[in-house]
Design a protein around this ligand. Structure first.
Ligand SMILES: *[C@@H]1O[C@H](CO)[C@@H](O)[C@H](O)[C@H]1NC(C)=O
Ligand SMILES: *[C@@H]1O[C@H](CO)[C@@H](O)[C@H](O)[C@H]1NC(C)=O
Length: 221
């Protein structure tokens, strides 16, 4: 075998060998019908232990926490109400969760990522400018559009995305996420709220120290 053939063979073997791992890149499949989280459990193994089946009732599969609008009196003029396994123990091991997002006029859900979930958002009321930034070709291609009532948009797992309310009144959306524990990381606070050495931010953003300090002050809690 020539050198390039060896590499082709190695690449194919790696691709075939890694395929099952890639297929497990979402929450793992459950080994039982359900596993309502027992949050009082003393240990966690990639999720919560299960409440004994005999003690499970229909109420474990119902969650009323998304009924009411969130409080949008804040800097973003928006509020995300979560129904992940943390708030809704019945989701444990099921690989799914939901959020309700309320936006006042001009409200924003600022650029953020969910490290473990794809998000499928449905706009119930209002009009949003939504988008995500792709890493394809490492050129940060923007996929952004206007979303109208009843329309849906999908934010692929792990990518930076946002929503801005562009209608004259409030807006409300619901979204499903492909993990019981999607996680969330806000881009601006992740970089400017911890005390990352100024020089890192100056060089990363190509700005001077006073600009770094000015932005850091806005996110310091
Ligand atoms: C909404 O949040 C603001 C700011 O924290 C607070 O002053 C206000 O009382 C809250 N409103 C309600 C209805 O909880
Ligand atoms: C960026 O990536 C997209 C998708 O791969 C590609 O179509 C486009 O030509 C790229 N643009 C540049 C400037 O490289």
């Amino acid at each position: 075998m020539g050198r390039s053939n060896v590499w082709e063979t190695v690449t194919v073997l790696l691709a075939v060998g890694l395929a099952p791992m890639l297929a497990m890149a979402a929450d793992p499949d459950a080994l039982q019908d359900f596993c309502v989280a027992d949050k009082s459990g003393a240990f966690n193994i990639n999720g919560f232990p299960c409440k004994p089946t005999a003690m499970v009732t229909v109420d474990d599969f119902k969650f009323a926490g998304l009924k009411n609008p969130g409080n949008t009196t804040n800097a973003n003029k928006a509020s995300v109400t979560s129904a992940t396994v943390v708030q809704f123990p019945g989701l444990n091991t099921l690989g799914i969760s939901a959020v309700r997002i309320d936006y006042a006029k001009g409200g924003i859900n600022p650029p953020h990522t969910h490290p473990r979930a794809t998000e499928l958002l449905v706009l119930l009321k209002g009009q949003l400018y939504v988008g995500f930034v792709s890493s394809v070709g490492a050129n940060n291609t923007l996929f952004a559009t206007i979303l109208n009532e009843g329309e849906a948009f999908v934010f692929p797992k792990g990518l930076v995305h946002f929503q801005l309310n562009v209608c004259k009144g409030p807006a409300v959306a619901f979204a499903a996420l492909s993990s019981q524990n999607p996680g969330v990381q806000q881009v601006a606070p992740a970089l400017f709220q911890p005390d990352i050495k100024d020089e890192v931010l100056e060089k990363a953003f190509r700005i001077d120290q006073s600009t770094v300090d000015m932005i850091q002050k806005k996110f310091r809690v």
